[in-house]
Design a protein around this ligand. Structure first.
Ligand code: AMP
Length: 197
């Protein structure tokens, strides 16, 4: 059991105002602060990103933002975070966010959120790190994503063991508890009959 000390949260640079999502963000912030877990995130003050950072800061929690210079204007770099790290580009940003974190969570978001999620997930699958990854599946937002993963398993593009590397929970406290106990080993062996043509 490895108690998480910092968690990277990938989430939308937009926020649709949904009340259930608003509550889930608040609960995640409370869980992080109560358990003395530092938030690492994309550094913006807009969208779900900004709401989460504000909630953690309002509870006197620790927040590290990591943002490339060119996004400082677009995602409106947060002015009140505990620490802001400015990188030269997106690759450095993602590397830095990953290095600083003991685990990764996604909240609802768009392409950017999924890109970041799948990168750390594929790194886990390849054995490049062994940190837990969790989906905070608010109101079933990510059910279609898990359905797609099941389709990949059925179609033999994804091993069931690797499909199961990701936690899927609706409650922040349950998600963090499961992530604390994570010790899964990815199945790095390719399908034996890789080429079926
Ligand atoms: P979105 O989910 O599209 O609102 O984006 C959420 C976050 O992902 C934002 O902070 C974006 O800057 C970031 N993002 C967008 N595209 C990429 C990408 N190709 N690589 C890494 N991060 C990205």
């Amino acid at each position: 059991m490895n108690k998480l000390k910092s968690v990277c949260v990938y989430c939308g640079s937009n926020f649709n105002g949904d009340l259930q999502l608003r509550n889930a963000i608040k609960q995640l912030a409370e869980t992080l602060v109560n358990q003395e877990i530092r938030l690492v995130y994309g550094g913006g003050s807009v969208g779900v990103m900004g709401v989460l950072a504000d909630d953690v800061l309002a509870l006197n929690g620790l927040v590290t933002g990591v943002i490339p210079q060119f996004l400082m204007d677009k995602e409106v770099g947060h002015k009140g975070v505990t620490e802001m790290i400015i990188t030269e580009n997106m690759h450095q940003r993602k590397q830095k966010m990953a290095d600083l974190s003991d685990g990764f969570i996604i909240l609802p978001g768009g392409f950017g959120t999924l890109e970041e999620f799948f990168e750390v997930l594929t790194w886990l699958q390849l054995g490049l790190h062994n940190k837990p990854i969790g989906v905070l599946n608010v109101n079933g937002f990510y059910d279609p994503l898990f359905a797609q993963m099941d389709m990949m398993v059925q179609s033999r593009f994804l091993k069931p063991a690797n499909r199961d590397l990701v936690f899927n929970e609706a409650e922040a406290t349950t998600l963090i508890e499961k992530m604390d106990g994570f010790s899964a080993i990815p199945d790095e062996v390719w399908f034996r009959d890789r080429n079926l043509s």
